[in-house]
Design a binder for this molecule. Structure first.
Ligand SMILES: NC(=O)c1ccc[n+]([C@@H]2O[C@H](COP(=O)([O-])OP(=O)(O)OC[C@H]3O[C@@H](n4cnc5c(N)ncnc54)[C@H](OP(=O)(O)O)[C@@H]3O)[C@@H](O)[C@H]2O)c1
Length: 309
């Protein structure tokens, strides 16, 4: 089969499309013929395969009862070398930017894909949608609360905006001056749009959500909060209270590998209902997979870049 491969650690320009053996499912695993895969920041940080996919089950390993050959599925599966950061029922995979992948069947991070959620949208929403849903549930915003969303134009940010807007929050979203970005984030639910600079952050927000800045660079985001406000963040390094310069705000780091806040089944349902929406910057063929990764690193991306197989 064809797959996008990194033969060595390096830049995405060095990835290539190569012929590799089709992976076979072992006990508790299933083989999926990939329909679409999307690019995540961690994919290019660790060049060993894409995480998010949608596809059709084509073979089952021993002991898999929850799926059948022909089922449409989607989800996220991290490379096996990342086992240490995976949850207790981990979703490990052979790499989704390929014609076939083998993934675990017994994990809350893979689910049946409803017909109302197209395969490219499902691939775009797997990691980003699950992180967005988990963060929205943890934030639990109330109608009228002022929410600062830093990183609103990315994969997670574009998925999170409609959820915050549906909760009737007043969302102040960051966007660069790239063509159409401000308009898109407004369409997704932002009430106000501001530039990236810390000097533009508003004061006295009830909730600040960071989905882009490193976790140890959040003091300006924390400064935007009113006393007693809530700061939610999803990036590494994990933020500790001393990094914020404030002890009068609540701090929460969201990484929901065990799907305690949101499972892929929840993403499927929210996607089918239109509550979670995929924003796709550009679609690529599998042969253009290395280009998709390079564009993700080198160019501004509004939402997700998706490889359609
Ligand atoms: N904990 C979790 O569960 C979880 C899950 C998924 C992702 N993550 C992490 O969350 C982060 C974001 O993921 P993602 O998939 O949304 O990434 P992404 O698609 O690359 O989005 C990042 C967005 O932030 C924008 N941006 C860059 N610098 C900014 C700044 N100073 N202020 C405001 N916005 C800025 C980028 O715009 P430009 O294109 O203009 O630079 C881009 O639109 C990554 O670090 C990822 O590893 C965590």
């Amino acid at each position: 089969m064809k797959a996008v491969v990194a033969t060595d650690y390096g830049l995405p320009e060095q990835y290539e499309v190569a012929e590799v053996p089709v992976p076979r499912p072992g006990p508790g695993q299933m083989q999926v013929r990939i329909a679409a895969a999307s690019v995540n920041p961690a994919d290019v940080k660790l060049p060993s395969g894409e995480f998010d996919f949608a596809g059709t089950v084509t073979d089952l390993g021993e002991g898999v009862n929850s799926y059948a050959v022909g089922d449409e599925v989607f989800g996220t599966a991290v490379p096996r070398v990342l086992r240490a950061m995976a949850g207790t029922r981990p979703s490990l995979g052979t790499g989704a930017m390929a014609e076939y992948a083998v993934v675990e069947a017994d994990t809350p991070l893979i689910a049946h894909r409803p017909a109302a959620l197209a395969a490219p949208d499902a691939a775009a929403l797997a990691t980003a949608g699950q992180a967005a849903l988990a963060t929205a549930r943890a934030a639990n915003v109330r109608p009228g609360e002022r929410v600062l969303l830093v990183g609103a134009t990315g994969g997670v940010g574009t998925a999170l905006l409609p959820l915050l807007a549906a909760a009737q929050a007043h969302v102040i979203a960051t966007a660069s001056d790239a063509d159409g970005d401000a308009e898109t984030v407004r369409t997704l639910g932002a009430a106000d749009v501001i530039e990236y600079q810390e000097s533009d952050y508003p004061a006295d927000v009830d909730v600040a959500i960071n989905v882009v800045l490193p976790g140890d660079r959040l003091s300006a985001v924390a400064k935007a909060l009113r006393p007693g406000g809530r700061l939610l963040t999803i990036t590494f390094p994990i933020t500790t209270p001393d990094m914020l310069g404030r002890d009068d705000v609540e701090l929460r780091f969201i990484l929901d590998m065990d799907a305690e806040l949101a499972s892929m089944h929840d993403v499927a349902e929210a996607g089918a209902r239109g509550e979670l929406r995929a924003t796709i910057a550009r679609r690529y063929s599998l042969d253009e997979g290395p280009q998709a990764c390079a564009d993700f690193v080198r160019r501004h991306t509004l939402g997700k870049r998706v490889v359609v197989v």
